[in-house]
Design a binder for this molecule. Structure first.
Ligand code: NAP
Length: 268
């Protein structure tokens, strides 16, 4: 594992820290003695994790309960932490909707756009400015393999994750001049709450799943080294196939057929 404390300092902001991949990031950072600032809505889960991190690693985590799909709440939170010296920003908070595009409620889709896109813009813009001024810092945005290919029945989710991916990759070049690292993690199927009970029978999809700790470790080891980090050999092969062996359109058609079989029929 690369020495992130020497590279980026002893404090990191982790959104989505209450569960899944974000929680795994917080634990991996604490193992290196980096104090995580945890952000999500679930105050109790965040407080419990902060306690566990203190007990296990004697690292003091801060917790902030913020609804990042609310633009005003996100801007207020940014003001609240503005004075702190934060060397790493990891944006893992996200949500997904699946099912027929014409059936999913506009409220749910817009809420996802606000969380997956607007909060990504606001927080990344804040940290890009602060870190550029300090001429030091590391940013990791969590996108998805779904942001790198067409995903029928996850259409709006896939589009939000494409935003995250393109923003991160573009800034990867742009911020280099300011000595700021930015990488994008594009996980495949990962065993978290998001995939546990979302109306999709993942056993019908030919994808291997991964533990969140494994995805977090791979990401932290590659931040600043790679633009896009795809964790796991199977996931890398799928992306390679989507790009090289099939046309983007025909891979989308195949994804559509697979998802149609796996998603609960009433959602289609
Ligand atoms: N699991 C997968 O297979 C997979 C694959 C590719 C990409 N990803 C991406 O990985 C990231 C993490 O997801 P996960 O799999 O770890 O799922 P998860 O366990 O459901 O974690 C999602 C995190 O986002 C937080 N969150 C959700 N809505 C929020 C809101 N409005 N404001 C603030 N925080 C909010 C949740 O906390 P609260 O509910 O407490 O707010 C939770 O901490 C997401 O960006 C997801 O798109 C996941």
């Amino acid at each position: 594992m690369q020495d992130l404390k020497s590279k980026y300092g002893n404090k990191a902001l982790v959104t989505g820290g209450s569960s899944g991949i974000g929680k795994a990031f917080a634990i991996e950072l604490a193992k290196q003695g980096i104090a995580p600032i945890l952000v999500a809505r679930s105050k109790d889960k965040l407080a419990a994790l902060a306690q566990d991190i203190w007990t296990e690693y004697q690292v003091k985590a801060q917790v902030f309960s913020v609804d990042l799909s609310d633009e005003e709440a996100t801007l207020n939170f940014i003001k609240e932490i503005d004075k702190q010296e934060i060397g790493m920003f990891i944006h893992s908070a996200g949500m997904e909707n699946n099912g027929s595009f014409i059936k999913i409620s506009p409220e749910k889709e817009l809420s996802m756009i606000k969380l997956n896109i607007t909060s990504t813009y606001l927080l990344t813009n804040h940290f890009a400015k602060k870190m550029s001024a300090a001429k030091k810092g590391g940013i990791l945005l969590v996108s998805s393999m779904a942001g790198m290919m067409a995903m029928p029945y996850f259409s709006n989710y896939s589009a939000t994750k494409a935003y995250v991916h393109q923003l991160g990759l573009s800034l990867n070049t742009e911020l280099k001049a300011n000595n700021v690292d930015i990488s994008v993690l594009a996980p495949g199927l990962t065993e978290t709450n998001m995939t546990a009970d979302n109306g999709v029978d993942w056993s019908k999809v030919p994808m291997s799943s991964m533990k969140p700790s494994e995805a977090a470790q791979i990401a932290l080891n590659n931040i600043g080294k790679k633009g896009t980090i795809i964790p796991g050999m199977m996931n890398k092969m799928m992306v390679m196939m989507a790009k090289r062996l099939f046309s983007i359109k025909s891979f989308g058609v195949m994804n559509g057929m697979l998802m149609k079989k796996a998603i609960k029929s009433e959602k289609l």
